[in-house]
Ligand binder design. Structure first.
Ligand code: FES
Length: 243
């Protein structure tokens, strides 16, 4: 059975909304003019996909980097091997309805899964604006240790999918600088050929841009000085069994 989960205007192009379908947490994602709904749980280890980056019609698990096709739910890369459940989505009269996969909304005046919009479609979700709910500019934090700790904590959410350790404890982050609402990061990879590089860069950018006082994060990959295992924290070494 279909249920209304949102109005079209609630979910801007390339936005998303957490919804409940049949008592199950789910995620409604809009890419351009098309809507997709998937169960909001990674099939690898149960991580909610709520904040996962979306690109090329797929959502990436923010924990270990598994990727799922938003249309089919298929697992596109390790460490996930099982698909995630998807739902049928249809739009009628400016309202978004979600139902069981493969089901059709009973005929009505409009049964298209697409909506008309003049907005430009992109493959990335909008970042959190630095304007608050009433349109006021979010004040800059006081310069100092607290701000740096917040930025580091945000980057700690990014996990190297090969080693399953966050990029800060791995010693991949070299410098973090703030210029107003813009953040500049220099970081490296465990090896220049690391296949997870683009994913780590993208997730670092998103992790910082999720902060309300960050408008843009620029992540620069540097290979000098090269990363060595002794850059890791003791905690990371413990996790990897290096003594
Ligand atoms: S929990 Fe999603 S990839 Fe591990």
């Amino acid at each position: 059975m279909f249920e209304r989960v949102a109005s079209v205007s609630e979910v801007p192009p390339n936005g998303r909304k957490s919804i409940i379908v049949d008592d199950v947490p789910a995620l409604l994602v809009r890419i351009g003019n098309d809507f997709f709904a998937v169960e909001d749980v990674c099939s690898h280890d149960g991580q909610p996909l709520t904040d996962g980056p979306v690109a090329d019609g797929a959502i990436t698990c923010p924990r270990h980097g598994a990727k799922f096709d938003l249309k089919t739910g298929k697992a596109l890369c390790m460490p996930a091997t099982q698909p995630i459940p998807t739902f049928a989505v249809q739009v009628r009269d400016g309202e978004v309805f979600v139902g069981p996969a493969g089901a059709e909304l009973p005929p009505g005046p409009t049964t298209s899964a697409s909506v008309t919009s003049t907005a430009t479609a992109t493959n990335s979700l909008p970042v959190v604006s630095v304007l608050d709910a009433v349109g006021e500019k979010v004040p800059l934090p006081e310069p100092g240790d607290d701000d740096e700790i917040r930025l580091i904590d945000a980057l700690k959410q990014v996990i190297d999918p090969e080693l399953m350790v966050n990029i800060v404890d791995l010693g991949l982050v070299y410098t973090i600088n703030r210029d107003g609402h813009k953040i500049y990061v220099e970081m490296t990879l465990t090896s220049p050929a690391c296949p997870a590089g683009p994913q780590i860069v993208q997730q670092s950018k998103m992790a910082l841009e999720r902060l309300r006082d960050v408008e843009e994060a620029e992540i620069k990959l540097v290979m000098s000085p090269p990363w060595t295992p002794d850059r890791m924290t003791d905690e990371a070494k413990d996790m990897l069994g290096i003594f």
